[in-house]
Design a protein around this ligand. Sequence first.
Ligand code: FAD
Length: 411
Amino acid sequence: MDFRLSERQEEIRATARRIAETVVAPRAAAIDRDGVYPEDLFEAFRDAGLLRLAFPEEYGGTGDGMMGLVLAVEEVAKYCSSAGLLLLTTRLATSGLLIAGTPEQKDHYVRGVAEGRLRGCFALTEPETGSDSAAITTTATRDGDEYVIEGAKLWAGQATAADFAMVVAKTDPAAGSRGVSAFLVDLPNPGFRIVRQLPKMGVLGVPVVEIHLDQLRVPASALLGEENRGFKLVMRHLNVVRPLVAARGVGLAAGAVEYALAYAEQRHTFGQPIVEHQAVGFPLANLAIEIEAARLLTYRAAWLVDQGGSDRDIAHFLSMAKAMASEVAIRAADRALQTLGGIGYLKDYPTERYYRDARQLTLVEGTSEIHRLIILRAMRDGLLSWGYDVEAAGGLPSGRPTTVPDGLVMA
Ligand SMILES: Cc1cc2nc3c(=O)[nH]c(=O)nc-3n(C[C@H](O)[C@H](O)[C@H](O)COP(=O)(O)OP(=O)(O)OC[C@H]3O[C@@H](n4cnc5c(N)ncnc54)[C@H](O)[C@@H]3O)c2cc1C
């Protein structure tokens, strides 16, 4: 076992860190204040080659896999969660394409995203359903050489800047999860109407929207994968993206804690730096432990995706990384704000922004509750086990004693 990064991975980290420190960090507060999509960051990422990281070379990528992109997302998310999300959308828009796209679809969309010519968004969630994604009510009906899509979508981060959307709809509404299909919709399209930008709490550089799909017509060639087989595809698509959400959490947590530590070294109360008060210092040390644990889970998750293991075998490890890192980010942001005392609450300093941005992480790409369902299911199915033999430990209690031991005096 070797926990070190390769030379190439160190190089990716160094490049991403340079961009994070020189381009992202100076813009982070203004992106949050103005709530405007940071086109300049997108260009900087493209010019530094960061958009290409998680794509195969045959489609314009660098072939550095999920691990390469995880390293980059972690670095930029230390300073700006919107920037981390922006980088993540390269795969949020295309993971399904890499799994099930035709060579033509991949050559157009994946290459376009890798080269920074195209941007995509992912539209699954609806006003009436999120976690229970098989319950979506958007429909796609075949009409000659086209499909007509009708319904509504909520969220779809980056839709306002997108050149295409992966839209999930029911092609056989009576068949539940066996009637779901995915489509690649080129934008703009008059049937894809953004009706409202949602007023959210954080990550304000990447808008989320409400979309009405009114008689949205797409050619039959827009179908991604097979008709009615889209549910599994969407689940696999989401699985693959989880290490990237985890990397946003790890980055945010690390940024928040390092900021708080620097402040705690400098701020004095009762004649000493506040870091010397154990009530201030120890929580930061606790968070260091949690960040490293989340980071290891995240790197392993990325590695598992890059190994191409079956979903059934790895989904729970991806869920662990995502759940852990997003929850650590919330705890770290909370503690960082507390460490700064009153000024941590001011918009003049990043802790208030970290606090709002972190809160998003346990909601997106599967809530923490849904990840626990995935983990528990794997435990109960024997996919996740640490090799404990209950029989070797004497078996389980039967529930009621069968014999009264000799000498036991009943009161
Ligand atoms: C900022 C932001 C960006 C987003 N971006 C996108 C995007 O780009 N594309 C997209 O398609 N979606 C996006 N989403 C939507 C996101 O994926 C959903 O919000 C998420 O899946 C949860 O769905 P929901 O909000 O409908 O909550 P619900 O599914 O209604 O859940 C409500 C609560 O109940 C809990 N719950 C539900 N079912 C169970 C259960 N079986 N057991 C235990 N607890 C349960 C949930 O964990 C949650 O706490 C985004 C959301 C946010 C906040």
